[in-house]
Design a protein around this ligand. Structure first.
Ligand SMILES: [Mg+2]
Length: 256
């Protein structure tokens, strides 16, 4: 009798172990045919890099030193000490987005060739089901949709690439069910956390906002630092099972 009960238990254990270890690696995630969501800012285009000269131009006189990329994470979670101490709130920083929009800067930042090559491969493998999902909205811009569609038209003219749809939604996890998305390419720490919690694979463009940096405790207030630390710890628990950190589109090209 004991023998009869042991066999099914062993089978269950082996089955469970296999199911767990079958969690997808980056290659499998990329080569999947399931729909994918791709963020635009600081994923397809280097948005923050272009915003730094604007911040320094508009607010330099109020700030004790010139800012660098690490200081200003405009569209992200981090309210850096240097800005707070200079009396520049995140809301004030939104004025910069509108300036960049008015100057036609944002709609002219073009993706790299590696990025386009990668997007095309993802698009073809998924039978067109590639969605650009962006948090751009009317708080930050006068005409976020018009600006983004004009940008995409330029890419289409130059590279012949157009995704199925641009989705305007800052709560990215809410798009998963609507579009049957199972993988996201993202850079925002809190979006990544929510997406992972909802069972989505996340290919994360690693940047100072989504990892712990040696000087974070000096740059951030204790509350923001703690919030960030907890979120990083949480997403890291999914590392190499559902979370894949990359530095560039080239890291993805190698995995097709
Ligand atoms: Mg982004």
């Amino acid at each position: 009798m004991i023998f009869q009960y042991k066999i099914p238990l062993i089978i269950i254990k082996i089955y469970k172990k296999e199911s767990f270890s079958a969690s997808m690696d980056l290659k499998a995630v990329l080569n999947s045919t399931e729909p994918i969501g791709v963020d635009i800012d600081d994923v397809i285009i280097p948005f923050n890099k272009h915003s730094i000269p604007y911040v320094n131009k508009l607010y330099r006189e109020y700030i004790s030193r010139e800012l660098n990329e690490q200081d200003i994470i405009l569209n992200n979670i981090e309210e850096t000490k240097i800005l707070v101490e200079s009396g520049i709130s995140r809301e004030k920083m939104y004025a910069i987005f509108k300036m960049m929009e008015a100057d036609g800067i944002i709609e002219n930042i073009m993706p790299t060739k590696e990025c386009i090559d990668c997007l095309k491969m993802l698009y073809e493998k998924r039978n067109s089901k590639l969605y650009l999902v962006t948090a751009r909205n009317s708080i930050f811009y006068k005409d976020p949709e018009g600006m983004t569609h004009r940008w995409l038209d330029k890419i289409f003219k130059e590279h012949g690439f157009k995704p199925l749809e641009i989705v305007f939604n800052h709560e990215k996890h809410k798009t998963l069910v609507t579009y049957s998305i199972t993988t996201f390419i993202e850079d925002n720490l809190f979006n990544a956390e929510k997406l992972l919690e909802h069972g989505c694979n996340v290919i994360l463009f690693s940047n100072p906002t989504n990892r712990i940096n040696p000087d974070d405790d000096k740059r951030l207030s204790p509350e923001i630092y703690e919030k960030k630390r907890k979120a990083v710890e949480k997403i890291e628990s999914y590392r190499n099972t559902k979370l894949f950190r990359i530095e560039s589109w080239n890291d993805l090209l190698k995995n097709f």
